[in-house]
Design a protein around this ligand. Structure first.
Ligand SMILES: *[C@@H]1O[C@H](CO)[C@@H](O)[C@H](O)[C@H]1NC(C)=O
Ligand SMILES: *[C@@H]1O[C@H](CO)[C@@H](O)[C@H](O)[C@H]1NC(C)=O
Ligand SMILES: *[C@@H]1O[C@H](CO)[C@@H](O)[C@H](O)[C@H]1NC(C)=O
Ligand SMILES: *[C@@H]1O[C@H](CO)[C@@H](O)[C@H](O)[C@H]1NC(C)=O
Ligand SMILES: *[C@@H]1O[C@H](CO)[C@@H](O)[C@H](O)[C@H]1NC(C)=O
Ligand SMILES: *[C@@H]1O[C@H](CO)[C@@H](O)[C@H](O)[C@H]1NC(C)=O
Ligand SMILES: *[C@@H]1O[C@H](CO)[C@@H](O)[C@H](O)[C@H]1NC(C)=O
Ligand SMILES: *[C@@H]1O[C@H](CO)[C@@H](O)[C@H](O)[C@H]1NC(C)=O
Length: 805
């Protein structure tokens, strides 16, 4: 709107003026008259009042026009009742009534006043206001009549656009029928005071466009309306009066707002040099300004294609109509409201607030009271602040369908739309109960919760910066970790649609998402059983987000809103290691050099966790599913940091709840709940043997000797037959020395006694051939028997065993 298109307004209208004789005066007093051909001019010389004919019309009207531009008529007296000849006379009666008479002295028009005066004066002011007042009383508030109270199609600086209840005035704009016919046309632009006030443009009785409610700074639907050097503007809303106004800051600037006969309003500025009007702004501006284009609960977005989308949580009422771009019937809720205290609110940002004709407001409530008030009334569907200047104040509530919402890029407003709790993702109380019982059955360990992510990805460090742009409310104290708005996540994941689900683990489900800028993300939606509050959670995640290593998955941010806790990672399309090594067909694509790189990468990531980070992080759930691969097949450990999220009453070295995945857990951890860096080393050993052999440790039993994968590998190695362990699909690409070394190191890692196992630093050196290798002792879980023993022990004494995918 601020783009200044120079437009030559030749069409504005031409006025043919008969010979004009101007009075020296700017006024007439009682008994005086103005006949056709005479005019009066305002004191500053800007405006002229007299008889004219618009366009090609022969009819005569009494009006006011710019002296510099006779075609620009800003007010007309006898709009509806023209004279057909030049016999008209405008008179001021001794009672103070302006009358327009034809040659038979018939009254063509008169100013309808309720008061009479002793000594009236009708004066054309330089503001374009034609005023009838007591000759000795200059106070406009006492005026008997003024043209400003009876606008035609033009709004001028200083006019009040709206309602005066005390005086019974409703000032609004009406378009001309055409440039030749100034009688009232189809369009009106009017302040509507049902519900919270807003300006409404109508074609006949049909609403065409809404300004949206005044929000303290501007109308909600005019994001472009900003403080500027040309004019000031404001909105007055009190017991008696509701109106919008603007004032020109530099009196030598001429500006006005005109409602044209095509329903477009234009703010025009006079340019002396070109001697013409230049378009300063106009409205409606685009398709999304069309009232209710997207129907109820729809959202219009010029940037999307098609322009209409349903608000999150809503679906098209008639999907086939909707798809054929017939949006009239709008959208309906996917999930019915519960209303018995089970509903929540979803925040939408940067929107034009919906039609307020069916709204309720309270200027003194704060947002929290507003929310509670809305919750108490079942038919309340949304709430927002009334005034967004400062820190926001007041309360605006909507009832029923939300009509005529549109999306802006900036300067829009926040609105909180009521949703069934399940739409917001948090859960109602009933829901929680159900989850708890499931939890017991599965024996899931919940205290924990954090980290993980089976599907995630690594982001180059620099890219994290971009994410800040998406965090609508990053808290200043921890800018390292962007906080994502729930609405961003809901939109990105298609509202946690099942189609976007990548997997589900003990800590919650993982969803794929796409941010508005196209960036793919993986969202780990933590189940709500964490004992941690939002603050602790955030601290935790901030800490973990500081862990940066090329072999660790990078966290982009988190989202904490109400009961929801989510971690956001960049999405890695190559999935996790298990998909590539345990799947025979795809396994072909992972040749030995890639596998060896992965082994080294995992070792290096684990070393970082164990040694280089400030606090030693014990992963406790290292497994093929938690190794993600980037485009270059580099390994990224996900799910790290688990140990940090433990509650307070568990000592560093042991836990009653065993978290981990069977097949990777060390004996002392699975059986006695003892964990240390050495339990991660054990898991690493298992992982290496799986990578080399292409077989899962869990469920492996050698048919001949009933040995576990670990026992089998140890036996083969002892007998110098290690090649028998190797996945046949990599036979052609392998480097025997590397394979031998990997198996050897793995066997050292899986030794039964944790003290015998090397630390990760040694592991890294050994893998690189920088260290001599001792002989491995017998591994833990050597045979099937020892495995099942631990398994039953684990199942009995400890709840747990996290379900794996
Ligand atoms: C208008 O005023 C003039 C003198 O001021 C007077 O001669 C004339 O009769 C008036 N016309 C009417 C129609 O009142
Ligand atoms: C003006 O209108 C009157 C009555 O409507 C009519 O008698 C008269 O002839 C018209 N004059 C012209 C010039 O059309
Ligand atoms: C003069 O105006 C009266 C009242 O509007 C109307 O009845 C009459 O026909 C008009 N006369 C002419 C000649 O226009
Ligand atoms: C004059 O004003 C009164 C009260 O405002 C109104 O009732 C009446 O209809 C008006 N008359 C005309 C001719 O507009
Ligand atoms: C206004 O409404 C009329 C009647 O419904 C219609 O014919 C006309 O096209 C509309 N004008 C615009 C600009 O929409
Ligand atoms: C007002 O505008 C005129 C011409 O546009 C300019 O010369 C003058 O400096 C302006 N005055 C102020 C106070 O800006
Ligand atoms: C508006 O809210 C305030 C504060 O909650 C309350 O005191 C007042 O009564 C409310 N006014 C109306 C009209 O509900
Ligand atoms: C809810 O709000 C509507 C609209 O303001 C009102 O008519 C209705 O009485 C309210 N219901 C309750 C229970 O307050």
């Amino acid at each position: 709107m601020e783009s200044c298109l120079p437009i030559l307004l030749h069409s504005l209208c031409f006025v043919s003026l008969v010979l004009q004789i101007s009075y020296a005066s700017d006024s007439i007093s009682a008994g005086q008259n103005i006949t056709d051909g005479q005019t009066i001019v305002s004191a500053g010389g800007n405006f002229q009042l007299g008889f004219f004919s618009p366009g090609n019309s022969k009819n005569r009207y009494v009006g006011i026009w710019y002296k510099i531009s006779a075609g620009t008529v800003v007010w007309i007296a006898n709009q509806e009742n023209p004279l057909n000849d030049s016999s008209g006379v405008l008179k001021l009666t001794p009672q103070g009534v302006l009358t327009l008479l034809n040659h038979t002295d018939g009254i063509v028009w008169f100013s309808n006043v309720s008061r009479s005066t002793q000594n009236p004066l009708a004066q054309l002011l330089d503001s374009v206001n034609f005023v009838v007042r007591e000759a000795n009383d200059n106070d406009l508030d006492d005026a008997i009549w003024q043209s400003f109270d009876h606008p035609c199609n033009s709004l001028l600086a200083g006019m009040k656009f709206g309602i005066d209840r005390a005086k019974g005035l409703d000032r609004y704009l009406t378009s001309w029928k055409s440039v030749d016919d100034p009688s009232p046309g189809d369009f009106t632009y009017k302040l509507d005071s049902s519900g919270y006030p807003q300006l409404i443009l109508r074609n006949g009785s049909v609403v065409q466009f809404r300004s949206g409610p005044w929000n303290g700074l501007r109308f909600s639907g005019f994001p472009q309306l900003k403080p500027n050097p040309v004019y000031s503007f404001g909105f007055v809303f009190n017991q008696n009066e509701i109106y919008y106004y603007f004032n020109i800051l530099n009196s030598s600037v001429r500006q006005m707002l005109v409602l044209n006969d095509n329903g477009i309003s234009q703010r025009l500025t006079w340019v002396d040099r070109t001697h013409d009007w230049r378009l300063y702004a106009s409205g409606p501006t685009d398709e999304c300004d069309t009232y209710a284009l997207c129907g109820g609960n729809g959202n219009c977005n010029m940037a999307s294609s098609p322009k209409c989308v349903c608000l999150t949580g809503f679906v098209p009422k008639y999907p086939s109509d909707w798809e054929s771009m017939d949006w009239l019937n709008g959208c309906v809720r996917r999930m019915e409201l519960n209303c018995q205290g089970g509903d929540k609110f979803l925040k939408f940002t940067n929107v034009k607030l919906p039609d307020t004709r069916l709204s309720w407001f309270n200027k003194s409530m704060n947002l929290q009271e507003c929310k509670q008030t809305c919750l108490r009334n079942c038919s309340c569907t949304a709430y927002s602040n009334l005034d967004i200047s400062g820190r926001g104040s007041g309360c605006l509530l909507w009832f029923g369908e939300l009509m005529d919402i549109r999306q802006f890029d900036e300067n829009g407003q926040d609105i909180y739309v009521r949703m069934a709790a399940s739409e917001v993702g948090g859960s109602s109380r009933g829901n929680t109960g159900a989850r708890k019982s499931t939890g017991i059955i599965v024996g899931v360990v919940l205290s924990v919760v954090f980290l993980l992510s089976i599907t995630v990805i690594y982001v180059k460090y620099k890219r994290a910066g971009k994410i800040l742009a998406f965090s609508r409310q990053s808290h200043s104290e921890d800018l390292e970790l962007p906080l994502f708005d729930i609405i961003t996540i809901v939109n990105a994941t298609n509202n946690f649609s099942d189609n976007n689900k990548l997997g589900e683990g003990g800590f919650g489900a993982v969803y794929k998402g796409v941010l508005e800028n196209g960036q793919e993300i993986a969202v780990k939606r933590l189940s709500e059983n964490s004992r941690q509050g939002p603050v602790e959670f955030k601290n935790e995640v901030v800490y973990i987000a500081k862990l940066q290593h090329r072999n660790l998955v990078k966290i982009l941010g988190c989202c904490i809103e109400q009961d929801e806790k989510m971690l956001i990672y960049e999405f890695l399309p190559n999935r996790s290691l298990d998909c590539l090594i345990f799947n025979q067909e795809e396994g072909v694509s992972l040749d030995w050099p890639k596998r060896f790189t992965i082994i080294n990468g995992v070792a290096s990531g684990l070393l970082y966790l164990h040694r280089d980070s400030r606090l030693r992080i014990i992963h406790r759930d290292l497994k093929a599913e938690n190794i993600l691969l980037d485009m270059e097949m580099n390994a990224k450990i996900s799910d790290f940091g688990l140990a940090r999220s433990f509650g307070g009453n568990e000592s560093e070295g042991s836990t009653k709840r065993v978290v981990g995945t069977f097949g990777y857990m060390s004996p002392e951890y699975a059986i006695n709940g003892l964990y240390s860096v050495k339990s991660d080393v054990f898991s690493f050993g298992v992982l290496v043997l799986e990578i080399v052999s292409g077989k899962r440790n869990r469920g492996f039993t050698h048919p001949d000797n009933r040995l576990s994968l670990l026992g089998h590998a140890w036996t083969l190695s002892r007998d110098q037959k290690f090649m028998e362990l190797v996945d046949p699909s990599i036979a052609s690409t392998l480097n025997p020395l590397e394979v031998l070394r990997s198996i050897h190191v793995a066997l050292l890692c899986v030794q039964n006694d944790p003290h015998d196992r090397p630390e990760m630093l040694s592991v890294v050196m050994m893998l690189n051939g920088e260290s001599t290798l001792p002989h491995p002792k017998q591994p833990g879980f050597f045979s099937e028997d020892s495995v099942s023993e631990a398994s039953s022990s684990s199942g009995g004494k400890h709840q747990k065993i996290r379900p794996t995918r």
